[in-house]
Design a protein around this ligand. Structure first.
Ligand code: FE2
Ligand code: FE2
Length: 320
C-alpha cells in the first residue's frame, strides 16, 4: 500500500530529476516526468510554431503559379514544401507531449491558437518572395538557432534539421533579391518597396518587448528559451544592416544607426498597436489565411477518412 507520504516523496523525487536535468543542460524526453506548466508551455509553443509553418506556406505559395521562370518555380516549390515538412515535424513533436494533432488543427482554424503575426501580411509582388526569404526566414533563424538547445529533446532535435533548411530559404531569398537588384530600375523599386513593407513586421516576429513579455522569465528558467525577445531582435537588426548595404536597399527607419558605445545599432520604436491588432485577428490577411486553412481541412476530409479506413482494414487482416 502506498501512503500519502510515499507518493509525495515520489513526486518530489521526480521534480528533482526534472530540475537536475535542466540544471545539467541535458534534454528532457517524452518518457520523463514533466511538471504540468512545462508540458502546457511546450505544447503551446510547439503548436504555435507548427501552425506558423503551415500558414506560412500561403503568402509565398500564392506566387508558385506566377514564378517568372522554371528555375524560380522549382526553388519556390521546394521552399514551400519544406515549410509543410517543418509543420508536420513539429506536430509530431507536440504529440510526444500528449497533444492530439486533429485537436491542434481544430484550435488553429477556430482561432483558439495563434500563429506568427508575420503571415497576416500580403505578398504583393514577386520581390516579396525574395524579401520574405531574406527577412522573415532570417528572423526565424535568429529565433530558432538557440532553440536547437531547448530543454525539450524532440523540439530541440526538430530545430536542428529545420534550421538547416531555413538557411537555404534565406539564401534563396537573398539570391533572388541580388538578381533583381542587378536588373531594371523597376525591379530595384519593387525590391525596395517590398523591404519597406516587410521590415517592421519582421521586427515584430520576435514578440513583445521584454518589459511586456510575462512568460519570458519562466521560459528562460526552464531553458525552453535562451535569449529574450529584445536580445534576439537586436541580433537580427545588427545582422541585417550590412546585408541591406550589400544589396543596395535601405530600411524604412530614420532612427536606425550604429551606436559605437553599445556596439549595436539603435533603431526606431516599433508600432506595438499594429502588432496587437494583427494578433487579435485584425491584420490585412488574418481572415483569408484561416479561411484558406479551413477550406483545405474540409477538402482533405475524404483523404483522412480513406486513410483511416485503409489502416483499419489492414489491422483487421493482421488480426485475422
Ligand atoms: Fe520553416
Ligand atoms: Fe522557411
Amino acid at each position: 500500500m502506498t501512503t500519502v507520504e510515499e507518493s509525495t516523496m515520489d513526486e518530489s523525487a521526480l521534480e528533482r530529476h526534472f530540475e537536475a536535468t535542466i540544471a545539467a543542460d541535458n534534454r528532457l524526453e517524452p518518457r520523463d516526468w514533466l511538471p504540468e506548466g512545462y508540458r502546457k508551455t511546450m505544447i503551446r509553443q510547439i503548436a504555435q510554431h507548427a501552425h506558423s509553418e503551415i500558414i506560412g506556406m500561403q503568402p509565398e505559395g500564392n506566387w508558385i503559379t506566377r514564378a517568372p521562370s522554371l528555375r524560380r518555380k522549382a526553388v519556390l516549390l521546394a521552399k514551400v514544401q519544406d515549410e509543410a515538412g517543418h509543420g508536420l515535424y513539429l506536430y509530431s513533436a507536440a504529440e510526444t507531449l500528449g497533444a492530439d494533432r486533429a485537436d491542434l488543427t481544430d484550435r488553429l482554424i477556430n482561432g483558439r491558437q495563434k500563429y506568427s503575426s508575420i503571415f497576416n501580411y500580403p505578398t504583393l509582388t514577386f520581390a516579396d518572395v525574395g524579401v520574405v526569404g531574406w527577412l522573415v526566414d532570417g528572423a526565424a533563424i535568429c529565433n530558432q538557432v538557440p532553440l536547437c538547445r531547448s530543454s525539450y529533446g524532440p523540439y530541440a532535435r526538430a530545430m536542428v534539421r529545420i534550421c538547416k533548411e531555413e538557411s537555404f530559404h534565406q539564401r534563396q531569398g537573398y539570391e533572388l533579391l541580388m538578381t533583381m537588384m542587378r536588373g531594371t530600375d523597376a525591379q530595384r523599386d519593387m525590391v525596395q518597396d517590398a523591404v519597406n513593407r516587410w521590415w517592421w513586421p519582421s521586427l515584430m516576429m520576435f514578440g513583445p518587448p521584454d518589459a511586456d513579455s510575462p512568460n519570458t522569465a519562466q521560459s528562460m528558467a526552464w531553458k525552453v528559451k535562451r535569449h529574450t525577445n529584445d536580445e534576439l531582435r537586436q541580433r537580427f537588426v545588427d545582422m541585417s544592416v550590412p546585408q541591406a548595404e550589400a544589396l543596395g536597399v535601405t530600411f524604412p527607419d530614420p532612427d536606425l544607426r550604429w551606436n559605437a558605445e553599445r556596439g549595436h545599432h539603435d533603431f526606431g520604436e516599433i508600432d506595438w498597436a499594429e502588432f496587437k491588432q494583427v494578433l487579435k485577428g485584425n491584420g490585412p490577411c488574418n481572415a483569408e489565411r484561416v479561411a484558406h486553412r479551413r477550406a483545405a481541412q474540409d477538402d482533405g476530409a475524404w483523404v483522412r477518412e480513406a486513410a483511416s479506413a485503409h489502416a483499419a482494414k489492414n489491422a483487421g487482416r493482421i488480426g485475422a
